[in-house]
Design a binder for this molecule. Sequence first.
Ligand code: MSP
Length: 655
Amino acid sequence: MTTYITTPIYYVNAEPHLGHAYTTIVADTYSRFRRLCGEDVRFQTGTDEHGDKIAEAAAREQVSPPEYVDRISALYKKSWPLFDIAPDTFIRTTDAVHIQTVQRVLQQVYDQGDIYFGEYSGLYCKGCERFLTEKELVGGNCPDHQRPPEQITEQNYFFRMSRYQQALIDHIHAHADFISPERYRNEVLSSLSEPLEDLCISRPTARLTWGIPLPFDSRFVTYVWFDALINYLTGIGYPDGPSFAKYWGAAEHVIAKDILKPHAIYWPTMLLAMGLPLYQRLHVHGFWNVGDVKMSKSIGNVVRPGALAAEYGVDTVRYFLLREMSFGLDASFTPTAIVTRNNSDLANDLGNLFSRSLAMLEKYSSGLVPAPGIALDIDKALTRTALQMLSGYHEEMARFQFHRALQGVWELISHANKYIVGTEPWTLAKDPAQEARLSAVLYNLVECLRLLTLVLRPVMPRTSARMAAGLGLEDDDPRISNFPQGARWGLSRAGTKLHKTESLFPRVETPVQGQVAVTPGGADCARQAAPAQGKKKVKGTDAEVGVIDFAQFQQVDLRVAEVVAAERIVKSDRLLKLTVKAPEERTIVAGIAQYYTPEEMVGRLLLIVANLEPVELMGVQSEGMVLAASTVVDGKKRLVLTTVSAEVAAGSKVA
Ligand code: MSP
């Protein structure tokens, strides 16, 4: 099986930022995922270097276009290794081979009569480098560039796009996953419900010289989109190269919603005109905003990849971007959001599981993988979660639903952390009669860590490599480098030597919430120092409790929990045993029996502290605490439970 995955080729009129990094990290992660599945993968990115915008940017810098594009293209090329992004091809539209390919395609389409000469009058947006239709305007402005397009009339060459409209509609209907997520497929189908106009594919040299000359009329250069889209063919050696034959049939493009129309309409119709098969899938994601604000140079809130990687570390950034954005929807970047993910998902959940488990293996098993034992119910439940995670992971990664794949992975991490609490290896270690049981528990933890190493490899290659080293596994061991082979339970071998590793993710100081510091000119992202800690009294707080900083507050995992069952605890008139979903089921013993009956508890949404150390109360293990306000009614104490003001999913985080 082969995969050919591409990013857009980025315009060199701006330096790389968070948005470009996201798309490229997505494509890199997907290429690593497909390699993990044993496929032959080609991953391509590059730069788009012709057209009005680039010529103008060069003029602003008072350098020639070639000098200018060399400089900015190199910035893109240099940025990607900062994130462990490893493309196989970096294509530039100024490469001689690309120019040849574009001219060849133009000549072919012209010869077969799909390009004609005509006059066109239309609304041209320089920012988009294309003519807009009246319908696309919002209040007379281009919606992306917030300025009115210019009315231009000129003689030009046109591609008979309209001729392929029906064939494209039929193709989209016949291939459900041609464009995804579905909202973008629907958007394309809806714009195809109107007649397509032919596409103007030339610019007179009187207006623009920085482009690829038309092979059949040297008074014109090629429209930048017709030039740029062909990069996807040039990069794999169209038309005769062996790579073209091998990869084209497996092409998948990743883009954001801003360039849907060129990719979903221009490009497939061009391919139909060339007589080539269409690409397999177009994956369309939303936009990253900074806080709630669109990222823009003029606002000065552009987040630069270099600053991000240096500040938070490569894997934290990769994980954050993939986990935080629901693929297809917009997402919001804030320093607080990334630090929270680092401290809670990475340092607390994954990092702690790894270091606790390895420390126990060192202490109770001489740093060796112990023998697996007989599986009890608690072990079987863990294995089930692991196997469920593996199948969900494969499905979601293949569908570009990275955030869901990672959610599933974190369910296993959280289950494994609870498994440690539930099995208490430290207690087993005190009883020589429990030696076999202790081995089994520790073996199961090693298996969880190995499976996590396998599935995190495409997302966080460095972390996965460090975990593999800790588990005593070579980087190319199929149990952590090959999905079908490694995605089974029980492959760890007793006797394997484990190695101590440094903590995977150090905690990072939390910035003042929501703050994005912006450096003038450079506009990089930075964090603010956390507020000073201390015991000073703040309005409305107890002096003894003192002031906590935001990082301390964030250590408290507050969640919405739904009560699914409730019963009295025999021999106690104060305690109720609650079974809640948050989102996994857990038991909480709450001292509310004098104020609430079990019957009135079921179905309620409560606020709980989800990460309190479990305690045993009247023989029942309590895993969390219900939050309630204490008040006095008619001279009597009363507890009033806290809740949320509208229905939300059980397990929702409260912050
Ligand atoms: N040169 C064209 C693409 C030609 S492809 C044949 C172009 N270049 S661009 O530099 O403007 O890049 C647009 C792409 O950058 C988006 O489609 C997306 O992949 C990425 N992003 C730019 N800003 C972004 C956000 N704010 N958020 C997410 N991705 C964004 O269009």
